[in-house]
Write a protein that binds this ligand. Sequence first.
Ligand SMILES: [Fe+2]
Ligand SMILES: [Fe+2]
Length: 265
Amino acid sequence: MIHPKAKAKGTEPRAAHPGPKVHGGVRMASVSSSTVDWRTRCEEYLRAFTDSDSIRFWGIAHEVDGKAEPIFNYRFEHTLAAVKLGRWLGPQVKADLDVVECALWLHDCQKKLKDPLTKDTHAVDASAEVPEILRGTDFPQAKMAAVCHAIEHHVGLRLTKKLSPIETACVWDCDKLSKLGAASLIHFGCISGAFQPITTEDILVRGEAWLELCKVIVASMNTLPGKVEAQRRLAFLRAHYRQLGREWRDPMEPSPIGSTKILDP
Ligand SMILES: [Fe+2]
Ligand SMILES: [Fe+2]
């Protein structure tokens, strides 16, 4: 393990674009006469930005093959979960898949791990970066405004009215669905220790508080498939924290899986 302020020679955070141009703190490939695949550009941009920010925030990194690797890159993992959801939800609601996937790749591309008291402008900041990130790629120019619209409207855990167009609605749903369910437990658990010392009891207390906010998210979902999946994931989270509470608080309560009987052979 290495500390970034005392890193050895040749242990720079991996950069996706080794070209000379630096944009938004991320090295960009110089644009040649041939176009670049837009998904590759989005993923590589996000990887480089979030790896660097993760190492900055943790203040420590692993050294892998001479390069500094983050202990856990929460932002990239969350984004990848949201992209996977977009590929699932988009076709069901007949959304433009280029717009949905591109907006999901880039929706948090300027979001840094930081003090929550700092003014958060990450949605408009990300939207402003979209044209430059996609420059020289094969992403259709005519769809870029829709990507920016979806990114600018993805924030918040509560909606008072449904979003439109469907691409913007779909991106909001996928971003929020990625904060529910099994993968979200991994993501929250792995990043928690970067913010403060953590115990099992802390995780349990925070998880139980999060369940209350999850109800708001479920009620705000824009799309029917999104809402059904959100309800399924919330049920799983409730069962998870019920079981964790049962294991951790002494004396153990009866199992919530009441019908399960262990038979003595
Ligand atoms: Fe965001
Ligand atoms: Fe997000």
